[in-house]
Design a protein around this ligand. Structure first.
Ligand code: FAD
Length: 313
């Protein structure tokens, strides 16, 4: 039998894990949108903390021939995610309430938000310049299409300016009349900025980024996620950030039906791929002999395009 007894470690002086590149920007706000920001208030751990945690669970075996970068990449590739929970970060965020409403759906963070019951609402609302108004997308019910025409943009920005001024004036009038802050705020627009401390571990932060950095996320939260990823996480845990970019952000995954269609495409060509796509419900044949491309069909085309392969339909 191997000796697996483990003595209590002798006392040693441990240095706190730190990331000098992140230390250099601690407290520095990164501007986001017209009046928002994100800054790092505090953090715990670095790339080494992830490796250290993984090695505790795997024992000595992984030390051999596996440097920190390789181990982190292995963990990310195989979704061994608990070692990433050893790192924590606390951000100070200022965002418009409509962005914050999406942000707060991520339930695994600890949050304290500026209280508009206790304090006067922040006197700042997100404004759009005339060229920032986006029209409703016709292809995606949840997204924007192109920019509004110039003249419409000017009109919308002017309307916004008046509305913000009126909403704020009404709020301040109520406060001056002695109305409580918790009720006076009820008609403030969603564009009003709020602030919060948001503390999250790296595993859940990367999950947040995987949902809020891609194009499918609304631009207004995407710019916050981009700032967190590219300005903060990249400095804090560069090895984990690179692995995340390679195996999560930039990865393309295929479902079982998609694999079947792509196999048919590679082995037998576009006709066979279309047959498989009809059978698997990616295409719906129409009476005139054409095919209606259903959502999964469009999503598969988009994936193939990323390989430079034209859509088989
Ligand atoms: C592009 C996009 C469009 C969206 N559209 C809508 C919409 O139209 N309507 C809408 O309501 N929401 C919408 N959302 C929000 C979305 O449905 C999620 O609520 C949000 O993204 C948080 O994701 P999450 O639950 O995975 O993350 P988190 O809350 O950060 O949780 C992380 C992970 O922890 C686990 N977890 C956390 N809490 C629980 C729990 N209670 N039970 C089980 N597991 C848990 C899950 O594995 C979860 O994935 C949208 C999000 C995106 C990115």
């Amino acid at each position: 039998m191997p000796d697996t007894s483990s003595p209590i470690p002798a006392p040693e002086t441990l240095a706190r894990a730190s990331s000098p590149a992140l230390d250099a920007i601690l407290g520095t706000p990164f501007k986001v949108l017209d009046d928002g920001f994100i800054r790092v208030v505090d953090y715990m751990g670095n790339d080494t903390s992830i490796v250290q945690a993984a090695r505790v669970s795997y024992g000595d075996g992984t030390k051999k021939g596996s440097d920190d970068g390789h181990l982190i990449r292995y963990l990310m590739r195989h979704r061994h995610s608990t070692p990433f929970e050893m790192c924590e970060i606390k951000l100070h965020v200022r965002a418009p309430m409509d962005v914050w409403r999406q942000w707060i759906r991520h339930r695994t963070a600890s949050v304290n938000e500026y209280s508009t019951r206790y304090s006067l609402a922040i006197d700042a609302a997100r404004t759009l310049s005339p060229d920032e108004w986006r029209l409703q997308s016709t292809a995606n019910r949840q997204g924007s299409g192109g920019a509004a025409p110039e003249e419409l943009g000017r009109e919308l920005s002017e309307g916004e300016r008046q509305f913000h001024a009126e909403a704020r004036a009404l709020y301040e009038k109520r406060i001056a009349a002695g109305v409580s802050r918790e009720i006076a705020r009820k008609d403030l627009p969603l564009s009003t900025y709020t602030e919060a401390y948001w503390k999250c571990n790296l595993r859940n932060l990367l999950h947040f980024l995987s949902l809020r950095m891609p194009e499918a996320a609304q631009y207004e939260i995407r710019v916050y996620a981009e700032t967190i990823g590219r300005e903060i996480v990249s400095r804090w845990v560069p090895l984990a950030w690179k692995a995340f970019q390679d195996y999560e952000l930039g990865a393309i995954t295929f479902s079982e039906p998609e694999r079947e269609i792509v196999s048919a495409l590679v082995a037998e060509g576009a006709d066979a791929a279309r047959d498989a796509a009809r059978r698997l419900g990616f295409l719906r044949p129409q009476p005139d002999g054409t095919d209606k491309v259903l959502r999964e069909g469009a999503e598969l085309s988009a994936k193939l395009l990323r390989f430079g392969t034209p859509s088989p339909w």
